[in-house]
Design a protein around this ligand. Sequence first.
Ligand code: FAD
Length: 724
Amino acid sequence: MATTPNGTSSEPARPLRILIIGAGIGGLTTALALRQQGHDIQIFESSKLAQETGAAIHLASNANGLLRRMGLDAGKIGGVECVGVTEYIPQTGAVKYQIDTSQMSKMWQHPWHLVHRAHLHTALKDMATGQEGKGQAAKLHVASRVQGVDAEGATLTFEDGTSVSGDFLVGADGVHSRARSSIPGGDKKPFDSGKSAYRFLLPTESLSSDPQTVELVSKIGALVMWIAEDRRLVMYPCVNKTMMNFVAIHPSKESEADITGAGWQEAGSKARMLHIYKDFAPSVLAILEKADESKLKVWQLLDMEQMPSFIHEKLAVIGDAAHPFLPHQGQGGGQAIEDGVALAAVLPFGTKPSEIKDRLQIFEECRYERAHRIQGYTRTAGMDTADLAAKGMKLDMMEYMGYNFGHDAWDHTTKALQKHLEARDKSLRFRNPVEFGVSPGPRRPLGMHPTSAEIHALRKGTPEKSRTYSIRFRTSRTYLQNLLPAGFAFTSPATVASASIICTTLDGMTWLGGGGYSMLGLYIHGINYTKQDGSKFFGTYLPVLFENAADPIITGRDELGMPKLFADIDVKENDGNKSSEISLSWRGTTFGTFTVSGLTPEEPVPNGVNGAQPVQRGPGPPPPPPEAGTFYNRYIPSVGEPGKADVEYPVFIPKPEAAEGTEAPKSFASKTATISLQGKDWQTLPTLHHIADWLAAMPMYGVEEAKLVRSIGVSDSGGARRLD
Ligand SMILES: Cc1cc2nc3c(=O)[nH]c(=O)nc-3n(C[C@H](O)[C@H](O)[C@H](O)COP(=O)(O)OP(=O)(O)OC[C@H]3O[C@@H](n4cnc5c(N)ncnc54)[C@H](O)[C@@H]3O)c2cc1C
């Protein structure tokens, strides 16, 4: 479980110092998950951790999957896979219903394990604090009762007056949490839910050797229940099926004489338990008779009002400290595990202390609603049948299970963090499909890439290069005029206009892993656009740009709105820099051929990608203002509404500044060039024939000049902006 470092700050990344209060299932899971993220963890536990809490726990798919991801396989610590549910009628002992979960279990991506609590606890402790495993071992301090929790200063104080500070605190100190009251409005007191539970374990053999109970363990692996009006007994296996775990939930007032305030270690009276279940079938009483009174525990099942929040400043409370659970759905431990893993997911290595508050907000968004919803389901699942009927409520166990089991707290929280990081950085670009996050491509800050060092090395070793052929020619303004959308106009009143065919080949492109591609477009010179506010822009208009690679077509169309189409572009250079032949085709059908010859070197003129500047040609009207960039029209058709655009607007790309590392371009000029454009039928150019026909019909009044410009360092079109 590890995420890549985020951000590009030069501040060296360091582990966060995290202090966890409590070494229960929640605290230890948090320690393990944060350790695997590379942080420096200390756990403070009030007890000596010598006494095991006894009895077993469900690890449903949602919790078990998280443990498996961290390397803890419940099957290897004696966990038994739950393969069925049987409910008996309490008074008669007859079967009420049976569900074979082997079918249902195929719905969940991780098995539903029944595991001894002590085994789970020990495995978590060993993995969090042991020398083996990813990250630095967490330090566990036992017999360290936390007295004071300062959320602002991330400081804990202990009974002996000493204190310790970190970057962040986790309150995993259970239902009677001290940390909870450091959250404004969080000083909640747990209260008796009205139910208590006896818990004990029996060797499976003691049931299988007794004729009264042998049938109950005939199908070990099933969850078995006897549910009466206001009391129930639940039985399931653990410890490689050698032990059976029992939970006997009943009205608290009937066992209150047992309660002394010893919490998890409260001893129960067997005689009282037998009395409470006296109306149950003989097979049930036979089970209860077998309980070892010296190990019988009774717990008041506590509930609590909702906390206003699980977080404050540099503190998060998790598990029972944040949302104590009744046992009716076996999700309390599972939710503590989800909390711990979600905390680790929002704090990948490289998170700075100053970012913790923001990250806790994401944790809260991911956990608050879910933990409370499962608490709500759990309360309903534990209601007496008469109360359910009186309130007109029904139990929908499939809905509950679907919601409880069908979640992965790591995946869910990781996505939430990704969205948060993306929303913060306004330089990030997205294209379809957006589900996978930021799109790689041109116009990305290199540092956002996880392997930016490799990208920089590639850029150094393989410089980005371009060579641009341009043939400027005279043509008909009235013909070209028809291409211009509203708002665009020729600056000169002359009916002879200038246009260029410009073909650029790029090579060594970092964003294409060092590869390249070619593009060829028609650029109409001497165009202006008048914005709705009256301001004017001058430039060339680009009605179509062909490219011979899919990636730049997609990024250029999506991000910049350029009118790009695919075509094969072949550039043949002869005699070094002296002449070349360019062809434009689609699947073997050529519809454009361009030649340039007699090129001779000229003084270097940095002239941008398009290579053409307006010049005064003889007497006549003054030259138009310099062309400051390129115009085009963005058009995105509407889905299911032919002829309608979802968006349509003019775009302007200013002439780019010289790219990083640019050397003075080498420029060559000639007056000798040819342009040959051929119209084709729809069979040979099925998707392009309308454009080829239009280009072929364009009047040609002679070539003005041709050029070749070779450059090192390629600018992108990141300055593109919408005009209106
Ligand atoms: C009868 C019953 C059956 C259950 N069955 C299931 C089940 O099948 N599946 C399931 O998922 N959940 C079950 N649960 C719920 C589950 O046991 C709890 O939700 C879970 O143990 C909570 O874990 P936690 O780490 O938040 O708290 P805890 O396990 O209570 O751990 C808190 C720890 O903090 C320590 N601590 C307390 N105060 C301080 C302090 N001031 N300083 C230092 N340390 C301190 C404590 O000693 C303890 O070790 C059941 C609960 C009950 C009562």
